[in-house]
Design a protein around this ligand. Structure first.
Ligand code: HPA
Ligand code: ZN
Length: 328
């Protein structure tokens, strides 16, 4: 069966990481930006490992220089999502890339993104919400500035705060101020942990940052007590199996712990992370999971429902999405 039109909800999507390579190349040409080293000979993003991926990612963002560029990016990303049956997506947005953490500039970027997202909702029936994201390897001071941008723009559309970047640098606890600031502004919280960091990083995310969702979190499987805690507390994992396989955490989908975590009662969901970087789409994730674990429409409907229930959106939006899922 083709999973393309099956309704999907995606909770873990880096906005610049979702940019089609041709889109970035087009902007580079318009602006005469040299992107040597960003693409391979076939035109795909080229990177050796995770730290190099982050470098290439940041190099590609150089062409995204204005709110108008982000408006065009919004269109390109949402078209791709909608073509893959995504009815709801949350995306990580970094004021670091959108206006250099200047609040005034950040508001302009946000306005442009939201305007295009509203248009996409009317035309393609896809709903988008934003999670402001600090970048771990940029350090706690920049994260504070990012958290202030998040707090000042918290509302119906910016509904969450999170952290991406290089998990090998610093500790979750270094970012307590930023996460407390975001929580006090009413934002819901997630952080990358248990991808390149082990179970300890997931414990720190829960205990120090008090997040309700974890980006990846799959290495929790190495600590049975942590798996139990995740199942008992209902902390949700934003699992991105294709990303983990491409970056070499697991040999293939069949070796990925998503099914074992799910069987242990952990709330797992499915996302793509940075789809063109990892040669994936939501449709491909579903296909590979079906092949690896024999998951059926009932399984995928349950996973989509888990994602909608864990979405950082208002209750009216949630009810509407659940209804849409039930009617298909
Ligand atoms: N992981 C962590 N940080 C990131 C990623 C990612 O996949 N993409 C952009 N920043
Ligand atoms: Zn990620």
């Amino acid at each position: 069966m083709s999973w393309r039109s099956f309704p999907k909800a995606e909770l873990h999507l880096h906005f610049e990481g979702a940019a089609p390579p041709a889109f970035i190349r087009g902007l580079a040409k318009e602006k005469s930006v040299d992107l040597t080293g960003v693409f391979d000979e076939r035109g795909s993003y080229a990177f050796r490992d995770f730290p190099h991926f982050l470098q290439v990612y940041e190099a590609a963002t150089q062409v995204l220089q204005t709110p108008r560029d982000y408006q065009r990016l919004t269109r390109a990303v949402l078209e791709e999502c909608a073509e893959n049956g995504v009815i709801y997506a949350e995306t990580f947005l970094s004021p670091d890339f959108c206006g250099g953490r200047d609040l005034h500039a950040w508001r302009d970027y946000l306005h442009a993104i939201q305007e295009e997202a509203d248009r996409a909702e009317r035309e393609m029936g896809i709903t988008l919400r934003g999670i402001v994201t600090c970048i771990r390897h940029f350090g706690p001071d920049k994260a504070r500035e990012t958290a202030i941008c998040a707090a000042e723009t918290a509302g119906d559309w910016i509904t969450g705060f999170g952290m991406g970047g290089n998990e090998a640098i610093g500790r979750q606890g270094d970012f307590i101020w930023a996460f407390d600031c975001a929580r006090e502004a009413g934002l819901r919280l997630t952080t990358h942990a248990g991808e390149f960091g082990g179970p300890d990083s997931v414990w720190q995310a829960i205990n120090d940052l008090r997040v309700e969702r974890i980006g990846h979190g799959v290495r929790a499987i190495e600590d049975p007590r942590l798996v139990e805690t995740l199942a008992e507390t209902g902390v949700v994992l934003e699992t991105c199996p294709g990303s983990n396989v491409t970056l070499g955490l697991y040999r293939d989908f069949a070796s990925h712990p998503i099914a074992r975590l799910r069987d242990a009662g952990v709330n797992v969901t499915i996302s793509t992370d940075d789809p063109p970087f990892f040669h994936t789409t939501m449709t491909r994730e579903f296909e590979a999971l079906e092949q690896a674990f024999g998951w059926t429409a009932d399984d995928f409907a349950e996973l989509t429902k888990t994602a909608i229930n864990a979405a950082f959106c208002d209750e009216g939006t949630r009810a509407r999405l659940l209804k849409r899922l039930e009617s298909t």
